[in-house]
Design a protein around this ligand. Structure first.
Ligand code: MN
Length: 262
Protein backbone atom coordinates (compact mmCIF):
# COMPACT_ATOMS: atom_id res chain seq x y z
CA UNK A 1 0.00 0.00 0.00
CA UNK A 2 1.43 3.42 -0.92
CA UNK A 3 1.75 5.95 1.92
CA UNK A 4 -1.51 7.78 2.60
CA UNK A 5 -1.59 10.92 4.75
CA UNK A 6 -3.89 13.86 5.40
CA UNK A 7 -1.06 16.40 5.30
CA UNK A 8 2.65 16.46 4.49
CA UNK A 9 5.78 18.50 3.92
CA UNK A 10 8.16 17.56 1.12
CA UNK A 11 11.77 18.71 1.10
CA UNK A 12 14.95 17.80 -0.79
CA UNK A 13 18.43 18.97 -1.76
CA UNK A 14 19.55 20.40 1.58
CA UNK A 15 23.06 19.12 0.82
CA UNK A 16 23.87 19.12 4.54
CA UNK A 17 27.55 19.39 5.33
CA UNK A 18 29.51 20.78 8.31
CA UNK A 19 30.62 23.76 6.20
CA UNK A 20 27.00 24.99 5.91
CA UNK A 21 25.97 25.47 9.56
CA UNK A 22 23.12 27.96 8.98
CA UNK A 23 21.43 25.60 6.52
CA UNK A 24 21.79 22.72 8.97
CA UNK A 25 20.39 24.85 11.81
CA UNK A 26 17.34 25.74 9.70
CA UNK A 27 16.78 22.02 9.15
CA UNK A 28 17.05 21.29 12.88
CA UNK A 29 14.50 24.07 13.54
CA UNK A 30 12.25 22.69 10.80
CA UNK A 31 12.28 19.27 12.50
CA UNK A 32 11.36 20.87 15.84
CA UNK A 33 8.80 23.40 14.64
CA UNK A 34 7.12 23.30 11.22
CA UNK A 35 7.28 19.51 10.85
CA UNK A 36 5.08 19.09 13.94
CA UNK A 37 2.16 20.60 12.03
CA UNK A 38 1.80 17.76 9.52
CA UNK A 39 1.22 14.03 9.49
CA UNK A 40 4.23 13.11 7.33
CA UNK A 41 7.53 14.48 6.06
CA UNK A 42 8.99 13.25 2.77
CA UNK A 43 12.72 13.81 2.23
CA UNK A 44 13.24 13.34 -1.51
CA UNK A 45 17.01 12.90 -1.64
CA UNK A 46 20.25 14.82 -1.35
CA UNK A 47 19.66 15.57 2.31
CA UNK A 48 23.45 15.17 2.52
CA UNK A 49 26.13 16.72 0.34
CA UNK A 50 27.57 13.24 -0.01
CA UNK A 51 27.43 9.88 1.73
CA UNK A 52 30.07 7.17 1.48
CA UNK A 53 28.58 4.66 3.91
CA UNK A 54 26.66 4.56 7.20
CA UNK A 55 29.94 3.82 9.02
CA UNK A 56 31.73 6.83 7.54
CA UNK A 57 30.64 9.56 9.93
CA UNK A 58 30.01 7.55 13.06
CA UNK A 59 32.35 9.78 15.09
CA UNK A 60 31.38 13.13 13.56
CA UNK A 61 29.60 15.55 15.95
CA UNK A 62 27.85 17.14 12.97
CA UNK A 63 26.41 13.84 11.81
CA UNK A 64 25.36 12.97 15.35
CA UNK A 65 23.41 16.20 15.46
CA UNK A 66 21.71 15.40 12.14
CA UNK A 67 20.98 11.86 13.32
CA UNK A 68 19.40 13.17 16.52
CA UNK A 69 17.29 15.68 14.58
CA UNK A 70 16.03 12.93 12.25
CA UNK A 71 15.34 10.56 15.15
CA UNK A 72 13.36 13.28 16.93
CA UNK A 73 11.50 14.13 13.72
CA UNK A 74 10.52 10.54 12.93
CA UNK A 75 9.42 10.04 16.55
CA UNK A 76 6.80 12.77 16.16
CA UNK A 77 5.97 12.71 12.44
CA UNK A 78 6.05 9.80 9.99
CA UNK A 79 9.26 10.39 7.99
CA UNK A 80 10.08 8.95 4.57
CA UNK A 81 13.45 8.99 2.84
CA UNK A 82 14.21 8.68 -0.86
CA UNK A 83 17.77 8.45 -2.14
CA UNK A 84 19.24 11.29 -4.19
CA UNK A 85 22.28 11.20 -6.45
CA UNK A 86 24.53 12.43 -3.60
CA UNK A 87 23.27 10.17 -0.83
CA UNK A 88 22.09 6.98 -2.55
CA UNK A 89 24.38 5.02 -0.24
CA UNK A 90 22.36 5.92 2.86
CA UNK A 91 21.80 2.41 4.12
CA UNK A 92 19.57 0.33 6.34
CA UNK A 93 21.68 0.97 9.49
CA UNK A 94 21.20 4.73 9.20
CA UNK A 95 17.50 4.41 8.33
CA UNK A 96 16.89 2.10 11.28
CA UNK A 97 18.83 4.34 13.67
CA UNK A 98 16.82 7.41 12.59
CA UNK A 99 13.43 5.67 12.28
CA UNK A 100 12.85 6.67 8.66
CA UNK A 101 11.03 4.60 6.04
CA UNK A 102 12.82 4.19 2.70
CA UNK A 103 10.84 4.94 -0.45
CA UNK A 104 12.01 3.71 -3.82
CA UNK A 105 12.37 6.16 -6.70
CA UNK A 106 9.76 6.71 -8.12
CA UNK A 107 6.98 6.09 -5.57
CA UNK A 108 3.25 6.80 -5.69
CA UNK A 109 1.70 8.39 -2.58
CA UNK A 110 -1.67 9.75 -1.53
CA UNK A 111 -1.77 13.05 0.36
CA UNK A 112 -4.97 14.87 1.36
CA UNK A 113 -6.97 12.61 -0.98
CA UNK A 114 -4.87 13.24 -4.11
CA UNK A 115 -2.33 10.94 -5.73
CA UNK A 116 1.21 12.09 -6.50
CA UNK A 117 4.35 10.50 -7.94
CA UNK A 118 7.48 11.29 -5.95
CA UNK A 119 10.98 11.13 -7.39
CA UNK A 120 14.38 12.62 -6.65
CA UNK A 121 14.48 13.73 -10.28
CA UNK A 122 17.97 12.80 -11.52
CA UNK A 123 16.55 9.75 -13.30
CA UNK A 124 14.38 12.12 -15.36
CA UNK A 125 17.38 14.06 -16.73
CA UNK A 126 17.53 11.92 -19.84
CA UNK A 127 19.14 14.63 -22.02
CA UNK A 128 22.40 13.61 -20.32
CA UNK A 129 23.08 10.00 -21.40
CA UNK A 130 26.55 10.03 -19.80
CA UNK A 131 25.02 10.73 -16.41
CA UNK A 132 22.28 8.13 -16.92
CA UNK A 133 24.95 5.51 -17.65
CA UNK A 134 26.85 6.50 -14.50
CA UNK A 135 23.56 6.34 -12.57
CA UNK A 136 22.73 2.85 -13.86
CA UNK A 137 26.14 1.54 -12.78
CA UNK A 138 26.23 3.20 -9.35
CA UNK A 139 22.79 1.80 -8.49
CA UNK A 140 23.92 -1.80 -9.06
CA UNK A 141 23.99 -3.60 -5.69
CA UNK A 142 27.27 -5.43 -6.40
CA UNK A 143 29.03 -2.16 -7.27
CA UNK A 144 27.73 -0.59 -4.05
CA UNK A 145 28.80 -3.58 -1.94
CA UNK A 146 32.27 -3.47 -3.48
CA UNK A 147 32.56 0.28 -2.86
CA UNK A 148 31.38 0.00 0.76
CA UNK A 149 34.09 -2.61 1.45
CA UNK A 150 36.85 -0.17 0.47
CA UNK A 151 38.79 1.56 3.25
CA UNK A 152 37.19 4.86 4.27
CA UNK A 153 39.94 7.16 2.95
CA UNK A 154 39.56 5.56 -0.50
CA UNK A 155 35.80 6.06 -0.43
CA UNK A 156 36.22 9.74 0.49
CA UNK A 157 38.81 10.17 -2.26
CA UNK A 158 36.56 8.57 -4.89
CA UNK A 159 33.58 10.71 -3.83
CA UNK A 160 35.73 13.89 -3.99
CA UNK A 161 37.01 12.90 -7.40
CA UNK A 162 33.49 12.31 -8.73
CA UNK A 163 32.24 15.65 -7.40
CA UNK A 164 35.19 17.52 -8.94
CA UNK A 165 34.61 15.71 -12.23
CA UNK A 166 30.94 16.64 -12.37
CA UNK A 167 31.79 20.30 -11.65
CA UNK A 168 34.46 20.28 -14.37
CA UNK A 169 32.04 18.65 -16.82
CA UNK A 170 29.44 21.32 -16.06
CA UNK A 171 32.04 24.06 -16.69
CA UNK A 172 32.98 22.45 -20.00
CA UNK A 173 29.32 22.19 -20.99
CA UNK A 174 28.57 25.82 -20.10
CA UNK A 175 31.58 26.99 -22.12
CA UNK A 176 30.14 25.17 -25.09
CA UNK A 177 26.59 26.35 -24.48
CA UNK A 178 24.87 27.53 -21.32
CA UNK A 179 21.54 26.50 -22.79
CA UNK A 180 22.89 23.02 -23.56
CA UNK A 181 24.30 22.61 -20.05
CA UNK A 182 21.00 23.69 -18.52
CA UNK A 183 19.11 21.26 -20.75
CA UNK A 184 21.37 18.43 -19.61
CA UNK A 185 20.81 19.33 -15.97
CA UNK A 186 17.03 19.46 -16.26
CA UNK A 187 14.33 16.83 -16.55
CA UNK A 188 12.96 16.13 -20.02
CA UNK A 189 9.31 16.29 -21.08
CA UNK A 190 9.64 12.79 -22.53
CA UNK A 191 10.87 11.24 -19.26
CA UNK A 192 8.14 13.00 -17.26
CA UNK A 193 5.47 11.90 -19.75
CA UNK A 194 6.68 8.28 -19.55
CA UNK A 195 6.62 8.33 -15.76
CA UNK A 196 3.19 9.96 -15.56
CA UNK A 197 1.84 7.44 -18.05
CA UNK A 198 3.38 4.38 -16.38
CA UNK A 199 1.96 5.34 -12.98
CA UNK A 200 -1.35 6.73 -14.32
CA UNK A 201 -0.96 9.69 -11.96
CA UNK A 202 -0.97 13.25 -13.29
CA UNK A 203 0.85 14.96 -10.40
CA UNK A 204 4.62 14.72 -10.14
CA UNK A 205 6.89 16.11 -7.40
CA UNK A 206 10.68 16.02 -7.58
CA UNK A 207 13.85 17.86 -6.55
CA UNK A 208 17.42 17.67 -7.88
CA UNK A 209 17.33 20.48 -10.46
CA UNK A 210 17.27 23.34 -7.90
CA UNK A 211 14.64 25.07 -10.06
CA UNK A 212 11.63 25.35 -7.74
CA UNK A 213 8.43 26.05 -9.67
CA UNK A 214 5.03 24.66 -10.49
CA UNK A 215 4.49 23.58 -14.09
CA UNK A 216 1.50 22.51 -16.18
CA UNK A 217 2.87 20.38 -18.98
CA UNK A 218 1.80 18.08 -21.78
CA UNK A 219 3.46 15.80 -24.27
CA UNK A 220 1.63 13.83 -26.94
CA UNK A 221 -1.58 12.80 -25.19
CA UNK A 222 -0.23 13.09 -21.61
CA UNK A 223 -0.99 16.07 -19.42
CA UNK A 224 0.35 16.63 -15.90
CA UNK A 225 1.28 19.04 -13.15
CA UNK A 226 4.84 19.10 -11.85
CA UNK A 227 6.21 20.71 -8.69
CA UNK A 228 9.96 21.10 -8.28
CA UNK A 229 11.34 21.34 -4.75
CA UNK A 230 13.85 24.01 -3.76
CA UNK A 231 17.40 23.34 -2.67
CA UNK A 232 18.47 24.97 0.61
CA UNK A 233 21.37 27.36 1.10
CA UNK A 234 21.52 29.90 3.90
CA UNK A 235 25.32 29.98 4.06
CA UNK A 236 26.35 31.81 0.88
CA UNK A 237 24.43 35.12 0.86
CA UNK A 238 27.27 36.70 -1.16
CA UNK A 239 26.70 34.30 -4.08
CA UNK A 240 23.13 33.05 -3.81
CA UNK A 241 19.92 34.40 -2.40
CA UNK A 242 19.24 32.59 0.88
CA UNK A 243 16.84 29.80 0.03
CA UNK A 244 15.00 27.12 1.95
CA UNK A 245 11.47 25.99 1.37
CA UNK A 246 9.15 23.04 1.76
CA UNK A 247 6.19 21.98 -0.34
CA UNK A 248 3.14 21.71 1.88
CA UNK A 249 0.13 19.59 0.93
CA UNK A 250 -3.06 19.49 2.97
CA UNK A 251 -6.82 19.93 2.54
CA UNK A 252 -6.33 23.48 1.28
CA UNK A 253 -4.08 22.35 -1.58
CA UNK A 254 -0.40 22.46 -2.56
CA UNK A 255 1.81 25.44 -1.72
CA UNK A 256 5.42 26.37 -1.13
CA UNK A 257 6.31 27.39 2.42
CA UNK A 258 9.27 29.77 2.55
CA UNK A 259 11.53 28.77 5.45
CA UNK A 260 14.08 31.57 5.14
CA UNK A 261 14.03 33.53 8.39
CA UNK A 262 12.95 37.09 7.73
MN1 MN B 1 20.33 15.66 -6.76
Amino acid sequence: MPPNHASAFLISDLHLTPSMPLTAQRFFDFCEKEAREVEAVFILGDLFEYWVGDDANAQSPFHSEVKNALTGLSGRTKTYYMHGNRDFLVGSAFLKRTGMTLLSDPSPVEIAGDQYILSHGDGLCTADPGYQLYRTWTRKPWIQITFLRLPLPWRHAIADHLRQNSKAQYRRDTRFSLEGANLKGNVTLEACADLVQSQSIGKLIHGHTHLPAQHHENHNTQEWQRWVLSDWDLDHPETYLPKASALCIDQSGVRYLDLVKK
